[in-house]
Design a protein around this ligand. Structure first.
Ligand code: ADP
Ligand code: MG
Length: 247
């Protein structure tokens, strides 16, 4: 079918277990290129395990993961990353002693090594860093040490560092954890901007944030896709309410 053909990420009937315990059971999920998708579900539903499987950190027992039509579920993690799949925590850690701009410059051209890039960034590299500063809303903080950033700002810097690698598929696991309401709203705006250029999969349990993302939602429960739909439909669904209340 044509929708399968256009999927950038196509998870096909995967089962993932840890010592016999099935964290994911016969799960299929397809994400079209250029789209934003939100993944929710109660604690232990298998959301993080799904991302671990996509990035190759965890192997499915059965089923396969396809990316841009290619089976990737047998590739080593670094090969999957090289195809353009990035999960936020895979970003090289923020270097606290360097400025925000230096952190972005450094990830924009990691192949050059720390000293090379900081001594003599090219015009193009500086422009790229400026673009990432604007994108993440950190332009006014460009020259402060990363150590002095607020929690939310540091999260945006980390997102900027991942985006610097220009991933095709960006995976964000609970990006608003620990954020204030205002930081959460700014993160939703940032993700909307990113979703215009990348395919983005976001896990979160903050329903206000999910509402702001205003994107199709997949609900996971006990390692399976429980529902797919928009927030309005899911809120009206008593079965969805029930799994959250744990009854
Ligand atoms: P979620 O992110 O939706 O909260 P997880 O994917 O982290 O859920 O976990 C799904 C289930 O798999 C949970 O029951 C969890 O305890 C189990 N699990 C996850 N990772 C491991 C692991 N490395 N070893 C054993 N069990 C795990
Ligand atoms: Mg999780």
């Amino acid at each position: 079918p044509s929708d399968t053909h256009e999927a950038l990420l196509d998870v096909r009937d995967i089962t993932v277990s840890f010592d016999g315990f099935k964290a994911i059971t016969n799960l299929s999920l397809s994400i079209p290129k250029g789209s934003l998708r939100v993944l929710i579900g109660p604690n232990g539903a298998g959301k993080s395990t799904l991302l671990d499987t996509v990035i190759g950190k965890v192997r499915p027992d059965t089923g396969e993961v396809r990316f841009a039509g290619q089976v990737i579920s047998k590739l080593p993690e670094h090969r999957i990353a090289a195809l353009g799949i990035c999960r936020k925590f895979q970003a090289p850690g923020v270097l606290e002693g360097l400025s925000v701009r230096e952190n972005l410059l450094l990830t924009a051209r990691r192949d050059k090594g720390v000293l090379g890039i900081l001594k003599s960034p090219t015009r193009a590299e500086q422009d790229r860093a400026d673009e990432l500063l604007r994108l993440t809303g950190l332009a006014a903080r460009a020259d402060v040490p990363a150590a002095s950033l607020a929690h939310g700002e540091k999260q945006w810097l980390e997102i900027g560092m991942v985006v610097a690698a220009d991933p095709q598929l960006l995976l964000l696991d609970e990006p608003t954890a620990g954020m204030t309401a205002q930081e959460t709203a700014q993160t939703a705006a940032l993700i909307h901007t990113l979703a215009g250029r990348h395919t983005v999969l976001v896990i979160d349990h903050d329903m206000h944030f999910v509402e702001l993302l205003n994107a199709p939602i997949t609900v996971l429960h006990q390692g399976q896709v429980f529902r797919e739909g928009d927030l309005h439909a899911l809120r009206a669904d008593p079965d969805v309410m029930e799994i959250y209340l744990g009854r």
